[in-house]
Ligand binder design. Structure first.
Ligand SMILES: Nc1ncnc2c1ncn2[C@@H]1O[C@H](COP(=O)(O)OP(=O)(O)OP(=O)(O)O)[C@@H](O)[C@H]1O
Ligand code: SF4
Ligand SMILES: [Mg+2]
Length: 330
């Protein structure tokens, strides 16, 4: 990945200002996504995955939310600073997002064709006729059967899996360089999930679109991602190549997450789950945020906050004192 990354997020901080004061949902997030790269962001509920993606899209509801620091460079342009008008051009054209529940993102009152053509025309000078044929092509590309017929149908006439394919077609219709998929398959049944993931992998190969795949499921990461970021309580706790992290997870949190992945070969009675809960943002003022749930915690973990320590080649980073000087836990 020697070329300039498509996306560079540096020291991103996003907070919500509520009656209880500042809630720091995302703190000092730094990562980049290369051209054609598929990167996963994982973590339990409330870790800040969606706040990270909505910050990139500049869709954080303000108030109560606000990006309070850092940079989000998309093809070099810092999205934190651009006007709302410019941001509307960027959304769809350069970066698009797929949400968890496709029904809520499609308008029930308009046909699929209408919405797809609208999305295409919003971001290009295509005539109606051109938009129609592009829409049909896009529907075929995402594997929707009877594309011409489907153009005339309404969202409720489609199954959940088909609606998610329409959303993907819509997101990709203007060939964005970056696609953010926030839990794109959780609302779908397992077989359809597998098909949608295969489709995304296929589109990534065909169109060279960079993808950020947000999920709480490490199985999904193993399936489609090259690199993975593990988030805990608003911060990155581990980052590296999927292969390295699955073979040699360094952070106790990642180790716990991996233990909770169902093993097909080994039918376990009950799936492991990490005891305890993710702390509320801002509730831990001092020390490692994982300390209360960590079986390796020692005195220092309660007093000071670990930095992200990197391996010599910088490929693997981990926020844990046990890895400060290349140490390790098995
Ligand atoms: N509108 C809001 N107002 C106040 N706080 C918010 C708001 N949205 C998010 N937060 C805070 O940000 C934190 C991170 O939320 P986020 O939605 O990013 O979690 P997530 O990792 O996407 O979780 P999930 O897996 O459940 O989707 C939450 O714990 C919550 O405290
Ligand atoms: S810094 Fe301490 S508490 Fe935090 S993950 Fe490492 S060992 Fe556990
Ligand atoms: Mg979320």
């Amino acid at each position: 990945m020697s070329q300039t990354p498509v996306l560079e997020v540096k020291q991103l901080r996003t907070s919500f200002f509520t009656g209880e004061g500042e809630v720091p949902a995302v703190e000092d997030i730094t990562f980049s996504v290369g051209k054609g790269e598929v990167i996963g962001i994982v973590g339990e509920s409330g870790c800040g995955k969606s706040v990270t993606s909505l910050s990139i899209m500049r869709l954080i509801p303000q108030p109560p939310g606000k990006i309070i620091g850092g940079e989000i460079r998309l093809n070099g342009e810092n999205l934190v600073d651009v006007s709302e008008k410019r941001m509307r051009q960027i959304r769809g054209n350069d970066v698009a997002m797929i949400f968890q529940e496709p029904m809520t993102s499609l308008n029930p009152l308009f046909t699929i064709g209408n919405q797809l053509m609208e999305a295409i025309r919003l971001h290009s000078n295509a005539t109606k006729k051109e938009a129609y044929s592009q829409a049909v092509d896009m529907m075929k590309l995402v594997g929707l059967p009877r594309a011409e017929q489907l153009m005339k149908e309404y969202p409720h006439q489609l199954s959940g899996g088909m609606r998610q394919r329409v959303m993907i077609a819509m997101a990709l219709s203007c060939h964005p360089r970056l696609l953010i998929a926030d839990e794109p398959t959780t609302a779908l049944d397992v077989t359809i999930q597998a098909q949608i993931l295969a489709l995304m992998r296929d589109l990534n190969h065909k169109l060279d679109t960079s993808i950020i795949m947000i999920t709480h499921d490490l199985g999904v990461v193993a399936e489609v991602c090259q690199r993975v970021i593990v988030m805990y309580a608003g911060k990155i706790v581990e980052e590296g190549f999927v292969e390295d992290i699955f073979k040699n997870p360094k952070h106790p949190y990642t180790q716990g997450l991996l233990k909770s992945v169902p093993d097909i070969m080994e039918k376990k009675e009950r799936l492991y789950s990490i005891p305890g809960n993710v702390p509320k943002p801002g509730s831990i003022k001092q020390g490692c945020r994982f300390a209360a749930r960590c079986e390796h915690a020692f005195e220092r973990c309660l007093e000071s906050t670990p930095d992200l320590y990197a391996t010599e080649d910088q490929a693997h980073q981990v926020r844990c004192f046990l890895h400060e000087e290349g140490g390790g836990i098995q």
